[in-house]
Design a protein around this ligand. Structure first.
Ligand code: SF4
Length: 77
């Protein structure tokens, strides 16, 4: 999905230096894969709750790829 489609489908954008992460709260199954996999990046206690640059792009995309619901997506720039 490109950014236009993600935003039109209810995803919010979280901007990093060279990677953007998109999250759709309506799709999230609360499996915790993201918060357990990369707690510095995905942390509900912080605002914004996704800090894309808190880990390497490879580490972030590895976790996003394991999101079981599709609630997390990314676009590398
Ligand atoms: S891994 Fe995906 S489904 Fe699980 S809590 Fe994170 S965003 Fe939600």
């Amino acid at each position: 999905m490109n950014e236009e489609k993600l935003l039109a489908n209810g995803y919010r954008k979280y901007v990093g230096t060279s990677l953007d992460v998109y999250f759709n709260t309506d799709l999230c199954e609360h499996s915790g894969v993201c918060v357990k996999g990369q707690p510095a990046v995905f942390n509900l206690q912080q605002k914004p709750w996704i800090k894309v640059d808190a880990a390497s792009n490879q580490e972030v995309t590895a976790v996003v790829n394991r999101c079981p619901s599709g609630a997390l997506q990314y676009i590398q720039r």
